[in-house]
Design a protein around this ligand. Structure first.
Ligand SMILES: Nc1nc2c(ncn2[C@@H]2O[C@H](COP(=O)(O)OP(=O)(O)O)[C@@H](O)[C@H]2O)c(=O)[nH]1
Ligand SMILES: [Mg+2]
Ligand SMILES: [Zn+2]
Length: 318
């Protein structure tokens, strides 16, 4: 049976690459298909038979609703940031952790390099903060920058991630070599308007490469159970063993081996700054999650109290 790739997914249908019609997904399917999945069809070619075993799944955390699966069979995660705005180290680190968790390669793409006062300085900073992650600069004013990125992607599947306005749509168009994505959310001369159901989530680029842009990817949360320290801070974890206190926060504790290393230049200062930044983000995410839990608990508690009072009054249960 031929394997075909899923380009777009709705509640009960999918579309596959190279076919115009939507295809029904039966209830008995082994997995709900994701963009990027490979599937087989039945003989009528009107129903999905099976989702082919996945190499990996890209997930994001959905506060209060658990993890959400975004795309399957992802090789590269392009962390897109605009050179026209401050580049948030914490954001890059979190997005990179998302890539590693999935098993994809994170690559930072600094777009709008034409707007940067000092693009090489900016790239150096990002490289120092994120050792082991490649950093590429692109601009729509020089098409060779997109060609370079095309070479890097090769025949792999890349997912674009980054905040609104970062330049994802412009980059998509540059990689595709034609206008396929709406820049600034507006597509010129598009009769179908913005809510067209034929919008593509998966696009063929270059020589056998693929890019995926799905709306859910714009807002990122770390999936549950991701240990950022273990994924990203092996250098700090190794130094931590030498701290005097086991729960050292590497702030003002005496005998802090991590700070000593940073002061001596053995650990780049940016690394420790980034670690602190991520720690603060993780703590405030935890606080938000706790508030959510607390509200849920209070709601269920007040139901129990109501119920008890009804029973006391001798009311019939609702
Ligand atoms: N100067 C300059 N502007 C760019 C470049 N890439 C994108 N932009 C502008 O940045 C804005 C946001 O771009 P868009 O692709 O819609 O970002 P998205 O929200 O991430 O999809 C638009 O006004 C683009 O014209 C670039 O390389 N150079
Ligand atoms: Mg866009
Ligand atoms: Zn310490």
């Amino acid at each position: 049976m031929n394997e075909e790739r899923v380009e777009w997914v709705s509640r009960d249908r999918i579309r596959i690459v190279g076919r115009a019609e939507q295809i029904v997904v039966g209830k008995a399917i082994n997995h709900w298909p994701l963009v990027g999945d490979f599937v087989t069809l039945d003989e009528t070619e009107e129903r999905v038979e099976e989702v082919v075993s996945r190499r990996n799944v890209l997930r994001r955390a959905d506060p209060g609703q658990g993890d959400q699966e975004l795309a399957a069979n992802v090789d590269v995660l392009l962390l897109v940031c605009g050179a026209d705005r401050p580049i948030k180290a914490g954001r890059i680190a979190r997005e990179a952790a998302l890539a590693w968790e999935c098993g994809a390669e994170p690559i930072v793409v600094i777009t709008k390099s034409d707007l940067a006062a000092d693009i090489s300085g900016l790239m150096t900073t990002v490289v120092q903060q994120n050792p082991g992650i490649d950093v590429i600069a692109t601009t729509t004013s020089d098409s060779t920058t997109a060609e370079m990125l095309l070479d890097v992607i090769g025949d792999r599947t890349a997912v674009l991630i980054g905040e609104s306005g970062a330049g994802k749509s412009s980059l998509t168009n540059a990689l595709a070599g034609r206008d396929v994505a709406a820049v600034d959310g507006v597509r010129e001369g598009d009769q179908k308007g913005r809510h067209t159901t034929t919008a593509r989530s998966l696009l063929a680029i270059g020589d056998g490469g693929t890019i995926i842009d799905t709306p859910g990817i714009r807002a990122v949360g770390l999936p549950s159970g991701v240990d950022v320290d273990e994924l990203m801070f092996a250098d700090i974890v190794a130094l931590e063993g030498g701290c005097k206190f086991r729960d050292c926060r590497h702030l003002d504790e005496p005998g802090c081996n991590v700070r000593t290393a940073a002061e001596a230049g053995a650990l780049p200062a940016q690394r420790l700054d980034l670690w602190h930044e991520l720690r603060r983000e993780a703590e405030s995410a935890q606080r938000r999650a706790n508030v959510h839990e607390q509200r849920r608990y209070e709601r269920s508690f007040s139901r129990i109290v109501d119920e008890a009072q009804r029973i006391k009054r001798g009311d019939q249960p609702r």
